[in-house]
Design a binder for this molecule. Sequence first.
Ligand code: PLP
Length: 397
Amino acid sequence: MTKEEYIDYGEQHLFHVYNRFPVVFHHGEGMNLYDTDGKEYLDFASGIGVMAFGYGNKAYNEALKQQIDCILHTSNLYYHPALCEAADGVARATGLDKVFFTNSGAEAIEGAIKTAKKYAFLRDGFAGHEIIAMSHSFHGRTVGAVSVTGNDHYREPFYPLMDGVKFATFNDLESVKAQITDKTCAILMETIQGEGGIYPAEPRFLEGVRALCDEHDILLILDEIQCGMGRSGKMYAYQNYNVRPDIVTTAKALGAGVPVGAFVVTEKVAKNSLKPGDHGTTYGGNPLVCAAVAKSISLMEEMKLPEHVSEMTPYLEEKLEEVTKKYSFATAHRGMGFMQGIVLTIPVGEVVKKSLEKGLVVLSAGSDVLRLLPPLIATKEDIDKGFEILDSVLAEF
Ligand SMILES: *Cc1c(COP(=O)(O)O)cnc(C)c1O
């Protein structure tokens, strides 16, 4: 089939909830993707921050193949070896204590919300608690996750959402303080805001929120679904700060290509919140995804990918600086590690489209940010090549 035939075929029965780009990807190798016509693309998007090792990592693929031949699914009524190994890996990577595996990022947020509510319920003896979330945040598309997402566009058609959510301004400590009441059970934020436009938390803000949480016995929930798993130059982005959260949500690169997420809590939170019967999922943490999680984490450690990202970041930032110097419509860049954004005053969607035509896969974030999330294996040569293509795209505007 030609590209157009595939697209027509798909559109016959796919619910049109995504405006997909007219590209039909067929396979990938390392940093590159190939479409059904054999055209090569350099990937600076990682399937939205998922493919940390790029495409076709042999050790990762082998681990999954072995697990498929061993056992695919058992349910959470029993233990299996990959589950134990994956939980150990997540605890090692996050520095937290207890792990619950989910099937997506949004579900990890759901679990974190329930954990915080149960914690406050046990503490106070009654329900009805509040969560403080942030402006231009993104936490996923389930009703609970949309309830804590600070973007009207994602919320309005679905009212009424979950009650008891208040919004503060990201990176404004006073605005958080102003929302705290004796009913507050949790403060939820991304350590580096992704979809909202690539805003890293300022150290003073994050440390200030941690102090507020300690003062009021409020749980700090950090959403590391996009910025976690090596992308920031540390295994988890909060490890760049002097902060330990009470709950972490993780997904995207956690399974590096299979649908899995987790919420991870401290010993103290685990002892004082969800109990058997309070929460569950059929697939969550099944053998296939756990084999992927265990391998992703051990590979990331062996390959020292967070260190590699740290080493490459100054070079990447130099390139970003060149772009903002050269083009007046590129007004700023911001980010951390391999999670970077360029603020544009020209239509970002057009830039993404033109980049694809020229063989570079990039993303947008918010309405005016070009977002770069390359696989963590990207070398200087890959960065050079990506910015060469990007330069030729921007030169046309
Ligand atoms: C992608 C994302 C989510 C939602 O994850 P899904 O797996 O799409 O449900 C939540 N929070 C952040 C920060 C994300 O980037």
